[in-house]
Design a protein around this ligand. Sequence first.
Ligand code: MV4
Length: 480
Amino acid sequence: MKKILVANRGEIAIRVMKTARKMSIKTIAVYSTADRHAPHVKFADQAVCIGEAPSKESYLNGKKIIEEAIRLKADAIHPGYGFLSENAAFAKAVTDSGITFIGPRPKAIEMMGSKLAAKEAVKKYDIPMVPGIDEAIADADKAKVIAREIGFPILIKASAGGGGKGMRIVEKEKDLESQMERAISEATSAFGDGSVFIEKYVSSPRHIEIQVMADAHGNILYFFERECSIQRRHQKVVEEAPSAILTPELRKEMGIAATKVARSCDYLGAGTVEFLMDADHNFYFLEMNTRLQVEHPVTELITGVDLVELQIRVARGEELTLKQEDLAIRGHALELRVYAEDPLNNFLPSVGILERYRLPSGEGIRVDNGFEEGMEIPIYYDPMLAKLCTYGKSRQEAIQLMIEAIDRYEVEGVQTTLPFGRFVCEHEAFRSGDFDTHFVKDYYAPEVLLHKEEEEAGIAAKIALKQYLEDQKLLRLPTS
Ligand code: MV4
């Protein structure tokens, strides 16, 4: 493998190219007309424009990307996350054109893309699942019988959904029929597949996911967990590894369950198995994400492995040389997603130019960044600027370092989620480790940031006044 085309943009394109370079593999960037001067374009050995700004005309145009890969003699394509990364047809088209797809086989992408197919696949493997049904249901009377059995509240989920899309909570039987009708019609229009199923609603879960890596020789490793419960409307904001609540026994049990999920779909490459954990620390398989995830750096920080390097190696057909016993957790890592969004204004995208943009650096700080000072933030794509990660010997150390790094991260011109990250790190529920997926909803309101700003402004004013008075004293000294 001499040359990789990275079919993505922003921080993840750069992240992938860094490892390729380390492995002496040449890189090709693709870009839209909006990204002509973007850092990922400058970073690559070669770059090619693939279309207009809207994703559909560029980063989602698989045919064009494959054409360019062939023309520029790429040996492999890395899809990053989002865009075409979980598109089975794209993975197949890449492979059919004689290029290596750095990711799982099309079949596994397809199976895990359907929640019902995923349940079906893992059934034989004795993986804990939320009480519910594993086939599509459209008959409200049948649904009532099942709901009564598992008990309200229940959740209606779309098979083709995922990441929270197309879910409906039903508290009472009288709402079941109308909610099912809505869920089916919504799923039909959103995914072109109206299949829905029912699960018991786990009311205050934690979201814990396991990183796995599989080679083509039957070896599957787990790289422990990431705690992703700090999210807002299914958008993760702060992630960490390890989770503050897992015991070594539970960690091993979940790790083994995750490798079984990977085995059930003949997995290859990097993947993530998502679990829900209830208040009694029971865990349940939710879904598998068949890509390298945004939050993979926290896993790299605590295990010392380069997940992109392993992805490339297994894609080349190499056998994993690491053994499960070689893997251990060292220290604690946090990641804050730095979005150009305004936490004071309902997290609306904050558009504009990065008038000032300086990253913190130093021991225990890693920033996976895709932007630079002077750049305008394109409105066409996800507004994530960077991932600010910290690493410390203990959780407390990583949190303290995160607060310091947030303070040293300089952004002017747009609003970001940095102050929100500070709020999370300073919150007692987060610091104690006692939180669930409702953290943001339960504790966050814009006023808490405003209050903080006022408080800080007040302190700043007092310091200035004190300094002024002292200066006055000094000035007066000679005459007194
Ligand atoms: C659930 C659940 C409670 N009970 N399933 C949301 C994303 C998708 N992967 C599944 N999700 C959930 N499924 C049952 N049976 C609660 C959620 C959920 C959630 C899960 C993980 C992280 C954040 C979440 C926020 C709201 C709901």
